[in-house]
Design a protein around this ligand. Sequence first.
Ligand code: HZT
Ligand code: MN
Ligand code: MN
Length: 434
Amino acid sequence: MTADLSALNGSAKPESEEQVEKKPQHVEEEEEDHEEEGEEEVHEGAGANAKKKKKKKKPKKKKVGLKQTEPPTIGITKLFPDGVYPEGELQEYKDDNAWRTTSEEKRYDERMAMEDAETTYADVRRGAEVHRQVRQYARKMIRPGMTTTEIADLIENGTRALVEGDGIEAGVGFPTGLSLNNCAAHYTPNAGDTTVLQNGDIMKVDIGVHVKGRIVDSAFTLSWNPDYEKLLEAVQAATNTGIREAGIDVRLGELAGYIQETMESYEVEIGGKTYPVKPIENLSGHSIKRYQIHGGGKSICLVKNDDQTKMEEGEYFAIETFGSTGRGRVVESGEVSHYAKAADAPHVPLRLTSAKSLLKTINKNFGTIPFCRRYLDRAGESKYLLALNHLVAQGVVHDYPPLCDARGAMTAQFEHTILLRPTRKEVVSRGEDY
Ligand code: HZT
Ligand code: MN
Ligand code: MN
C-alpha cells in the first residue's frame, strides 16, 4: 500500500502554535496519581489561586485519560470532554486577501462567527475528528481479500460509534464510497454484493460524517500496486493546489485552471506504458450547506472554464479532484446505491402507499442527508425498490448512479472539506495522513 501509516492518534496535524497548545490531552491512557499538571481540574478550580494549592490527593481513584479503542468505539465527546475539538490545518489567505488575517474588522467578524461556534465550528470539528480516527482505522484494516461490504461496515460502524449518532442529529454523512478502478465515485455495495477487493485494484474511499447536519466530506485513494503510486501523487497534488488556491473572492473557473495545471503536469507509467494524467472533466468539487451535500449550488470543475462565480466568506467547500488514465470523462454505469431526498422536494401527492411509507422512513432517518439501500435495509425496510424508484421518478428523491470512466481506465480521488473563515481558511478534515 502506498499510504503513509504513520498517523499517531488521529489528531489534526499541528500546523500553528495555537493548535499545538490545543492538542488533545485525553487520548493517552495515563494514570494520573500524581497530577502535577492539574489540567483536568479546571472545572473545580476558581482561578489561578485555586490551582496553586493542589493539595487534595484523590483517594486511590486512579484517573485514566481515555484512549480510542480498536476497532474505534469511544465517542469523540468522551475523548474531548471539554468540547474543544482540534482545529483543522490553517492556511492564510494570499495576495489581495493577505490583509484579512490581521484585520481588526475581520477578527471581529471571526469572534462574531465564533459566537455561534459552539454550534458551527465545534460541530464541524467534531465531525472532522471522527473522520480522522475512522479513516486511520480504515487505512490500517483495509486489505485485498475483504469484501466491499465488510469495508463499508467497518467504516460506517466506526463512524456511528464515534459520532454517537445514527440519524438526523449526527451520523454517517453519506454512503461510504468504495469505487474501484475505472469507477470514480458513488459505488457502495447493495445487499448481496459479493465484490472482493483485489490486489491490483485502486479504490476511492469517500467517507462522510455529520454533526447536526454539518457534513465533513473527505476521500483518499488506496492501491497495493506500486505502478499506481504516481497517479495517486498527481491527484493528491491537484487537490492540494485546489485547497491552496481557494479563497474568498476566488473565481471558480480560475481555480479549476490551477487544479488542471497541477494534474496535467504529471504522467504515469503503468505496466510499461506511459499515460498523461487527465482531470475528469465532468466531476467537480462543491459547496456544502447544512444538511445539503451540494447546498449553495457552487461547483468547482477540474478544467479551466469561464465560470465567474466567486467563493464567499463563511462558505464550506468540498475540494475534490479526480485523475484518470482513461478518457477523463465519466458516465453513469451500474446498479444505483446512492440516493438523497431533494432539498427542494416538490410536494407531490403520492398515489403509491408504499412510496408514502418509504418517504416517512426517509424523512425520519435521513432527511436530506444522502443514504443508500443498505441504510434502508437496516432501518427495517424491505422490498422497497418499486417505491424508491417511484420517489425518484416523482423528483422527491435524487439517485446518484456510479460514475465510471472507460473500461481499463484507472482513476484516483483526494478530497477535503474547507471552511472560508473571515481571517483564514481552515482545512477542517486535514490529518497527518493526507
Ligand atoms: C452526492 C451524493 C452523495 C455530491 C460529490 C461527492 C461524494 O458528484 C456538485 C458537485 C454524496 C455526495 C454527493 F451520496 N457529489 N462528494 N463526495 N460525492 S456529486 C456533486 O453529486 S454535486 C459534485
Ligand atoms: Mn466525497
Ligand atoms: Mn464531495
